[in-house]
Design a protein around this ligand. Structure first.
Ligand SMILES: *Cc1c(COP(=O)(O)O)cnc(C)c1O
Length: 361
C-alpha cells in the first residue's frame, strides 16, 4: 500500500526521509552490529547521538545557555503534575489560563497538589476565543502562569506569548513546538510531548530556565520527579526512551535541512492560510475559531450538513487522506498540519474538499 496523507492530531505524521533513515539504520546501527534499541544508553554511540540531538534542538530554537533541556518520559500529562510539584511551595498559588481541553486538564492535575487560580477561562465562547488579556485575574506572587499556546483539540493558538504577569511563563507547546521561531527567553518553562511535532510517543521535552531548578520544592521530591535531579543526571537518572530520542534527533536534522524554523513558519503559515481561506470562502465548510486565534497546526472545520460527515471521511480515506475526524468532544473534522504534513498534502485535501462540496452541497 502507498503512504497516505496523514492528518492525525497525534501520534502524527513523520517526515518520509526520517522514516527511510530509520529503516536504513535499524539492523546495524553506526557500526555497532545492532539496532539503536538494543544498545546501552551509556554507550559512546548513544551518548553522541543524544548530545547531537540536544545541540541541534538548541540551535533550531536558539535556546539560551541559561536553560536546561531535559529528555524525559511520561508525556505532557506527567508534566501537568511535575510542574506544580517542582516549581511551587505548599503555600504558593499557581496561575492557569484555560483556553481549551488541555489547559483544563493541566489545572485539574495541579489542583491535586497546590492552590490553583484560573486567571481566565475561554469556556464562555466554547473555547473558540481567548478572553481579553486585560481581563485576566493574575495572582500577585504566583509561582508561575501556565498556558497552552496551541490547544490541539479546539484549534485555538495564542500567537504571541502573553505579557500580563511577572510570574515565570510556563507553556505546554506539545502541538506547536518547532512550528515557528519562539523567543525562549520569554518563558520559564516550555514543554512538549514528542508525538506531534518532534518524533515518536514516549519522549517529552522540557526546556527550563536554570534558576527555576533551584526552587525549594524540588529538594523534598523523590529524585525521579525532580527537574533539578534530571538536569544534573543529563536526563539519564534511569534508562531514557533511547529510540524516541534518536528519532527526535533525526527530525531535528531534517528541520535544519528544511531551513530551520523561519522556513518552517513560512511553510506552516502558508498551509494554514490556504486551508482557512478555502473554508471561509465556502458556505459549505466553517471554522468556529476567532480569526486572531486560529491555529497554524490544527484546523477544525464543520460541514453545513453534518449528516454528510461519515461520507466525507470515507471518501477522503478512499483517496488517501486519513485521520480527518474531529475530536469526539468537538465533532466535525480536524486537519492537523504539523511540520511533516507537506504543502502537497494540504493541496490534496483542498482539492478533495472542493470536489466534495461541488458534488454534495
Ligand atoms: C497531546 C497533548 C497533550 C497530551 O500529551 P501526552 O504526551 O499524551 O501526555 C497535552 N497537551 C497538549 C497541548 C497536547 O496536544
Amino acid at each position: 500500500m502507498a503512504r497516505v496523507f496523514n492528518f492525525s492530531a497525534g501520534p502524527a505524521a513523520l517526515p518520509l526521509p526520517v522514516l527511510d533513515q530509520i529503516k536504513a539504520d535499524l539492523p546495524e546501527w553506526l557500526g555497532t552490529g545492532m539496532s539503536v534499541m538494543e544498545l546501552s544508553h551509556r554507550s559512546k554511540e548513544f551518548i553522541g547521538v543524544a548530545e547531537q540531538a540536544e545541540a541541534d534542538l538548541r540551535e533550531l530554537m536558539a535556546i539560551p545557555d541559561d536553560y536546561a533541556v531535559l529528555f524525559l518520559q511520561g508525556g505532557a500529562t506527567q508534566q501537568f503534575a511535575l510542574l506544580p510539584a517542582n516549581l511551587a511551595g505548599p503555600d504558593q498559588t499557581v496561575d492557569y489560563l484555560v483556553t481549551g481541553a488541555w489547559g483544563k486538564k493541566a489545572v485539574k492535575e495541579a489542583k491535586a497538589l497546590r492552590a490553583t487560580n484560573v486567571v481566565a477561562d475561554g469556556g464562555d465562547s466554547s473555547y473558540t476565543d481567548v478572553p481579553d488579556p486585560a481581563s485576566w485575574q493574575c495572582t500577585p506572587g504566583a509561582a508561575y502562569l501556565h498556558y497552552t499556546p496551541n490547544e490541539t483539540i479546539g484549534g485555538v493558538e495564542i500567537h504571541e506569548p502573553p505579557a500580563v504577569s511577572d510570574a515565570p511563563l510556563v507553556a505546554d507547546m506539545s502541538s506547536t513546538i518547532l512550528s515557528r521561531p519562539v523567543d525562549v527567553s520569554r518563558f520559564g518553562v516550555i514543554y512538549a510531548g514528542a508525538q506531534k511535532n518532534i518524533g515518536p510517543a514516549g519522549l517529552t521535552i522540557v526546556i527550563i530556565r536554570r534558576d527555576l531548578l533551584e526552587r525549594e520544592a524540588q529538594a523534598d521530591l523523590p529524585r525521579i520527579l525532580s527537574y533539578a535531579a534530571h538536569a544534573e543526571g543529563g536526563s539519564m537518572l534511569n534508562t531514557p526512551p533511547t529510540f524516541a530520542w534518536y528519532v527526535a534527533g533525526l527530525v531535528f536534522s531534517w528541520l535544519k535541512e528544511q531551513g530551520g524554523l523561519v522556513q518552517m513558519a513560512r511553510t506552516n503559515q502558508g498551509k494554514a492560510e490556504r486551508l482557512y481561506s478555502a473554508i471561509d470562502n465556502s458556505d459549505f465548510y466553517a471554522n468556529p475559531v476567532a480569526v486572531g486565534y486560529r491555529s497554524w497546526m490544527n484546523v477544525p472545520f464543520t460541514l453545513a450538513r453534518p449528516e454528510l460527515d461519515a461520507d466525507f471521511l470515507a471518501e477522503a480515506k478512499a483517496v488517501g487522506l486519513t485521520n480527518l475526524k474531529g475530536h469526539r468532544s468537538v465533532g466535525g473534522m480536524r486537519a492537523s498540519i504539523y511540520n511533516a504534513v507537506s504543502d502537497e498534502a494540504v493541496d490534496a485535501l483542498l482539492a478533495f474538499m472542493k470536489d466534495f462540496e461541488a458534488q454534495r452541497a
